[in-house]
Design a protein. Structure first.
Length: 292
């Protein structure tokens, strides 16, 4: 496919090899670990799409090297040029104080401002369609059919009740790169006194008010395991998303409740034999305690 000059703020090291790409974002050592497990999981699905890793300057070359060895396309990106007021409102301490996370714990290495780097995906105009997947996720079966979905498609933010179907989760979404769309996003994003409560997720839900819903199995959030076990079906899950606590954290407060999911992530990360996903045991409707 034809590559044009890279847009400002985006520095690819290699060219695109496909019309489609799975894209993730790495902003530090921890998310580089997540991306390695994610890339290995995508590689098992026999996809022909590129695997693109958007990486900020805060990531060491040594952390990115294993991703390059797996054949990922590494693209260095700058943080968006946003106003001082915007950056102050969305700094970790200020955002968490104004909009606390009451359902789960965000790890110390999570920086809300980094989330807006996801919007750089729209600058990848060498691709016809991209599927973004957060680095704290695994792809459990071939999901190439998502490239046929329209922009903007995302799965609902379901992990506590059926009411969650009204909100999207930006951990997995389908987008069509476009310089015009990216410019419109920047114009909308940084307005005086604007506050995006859940950063990119709230912004994308506002920018694309008529978003198209993906099946919930294309972004199965880990809390479904103990909050809505009746929804869990290993045979259907395309993407398993470890929202809130991460499976590689040493002091994981829900390690006992989520032990099977954590063990699966480590198998991918460590390059171990992967069990037959469809035959894995599911959560019991009566096991564990529901998290409020």
């Amino acid at each position: 496919m034809t590559e044009t000059t890279a847009p400002e703020g985006v520095r690819p090291k290699t060219g695109a090899r496909s019309a489609h790409a799975f894209v993730t974002l790495v902003t530090n050592h921890d998310y580089a670990m997540g991306a390695l497990a994610l890339a290995r999981s995508i590689g098992r699905t026999q996809t022909t799409a590129d695997v693109v890793v958007l990486c900020t300057g805060g990531v060491d070359a040594a952390d990115l090297a294993p991703l390059g060895e797996l054949g990922c396309r590494l693209i260095e990106v700058d943080h968006l040029d946003l106003s001082d007021g915007f950056n102050e409102r969305h700094a970790r301490g200020n955002l968490h104080a104004a909009a606390p996370f009451a359902k789960g714990r965000k790890p110390a290495f999570h920086s809300p401002l980094d989330n807006f780097c996801k919007l750089r995906l729209w600058q990848l105009v060498g691709y016809e369609r991209c599927v973004f997947i957060d680095a704290d996720a695994l792809v459990l079966r071939n999901i190439d059919r998502l490239f046929g979905y329209p922009e903007f498609s995302a799965a609902p933010n379901v992990y506590e009740s059926l009411e969650d179907f009204k909100r999207l989760n930006s951990g997995v979404f389908v987008a069509k790169p476009s310089a015009a769309t990216f410019a419109a996003m920047l114009e909308r994003l940084d307005q005086p006194e604007i506050f995006w409560r859940r950063t990119d997720q709230t912004f994308l839900e506002t920018f694309f008010p008529d978003w198209h819903g993906l099946p919930v199995y294309m972004n199965m959030l880990q809390y479904v395991w103990f909050n809505l076990p009746e929804l869990w079906d290993w045979k259907q899950i395309g993407v398993l998303h470890y929202q809130y606590e991460k499976p590689w954290e040493a002091s994981h407060p829900k390690a006992q409740q989520l032990e099977p999911l954590i063990a699966l992530w480590h198998a991918f990360y460590e390059g171990k034999a992967i069990p037959d996903i469809a035959s894995l045991a599911g959560p019991s409707a009566t096991a564990g305690s529901r998290v409020a």
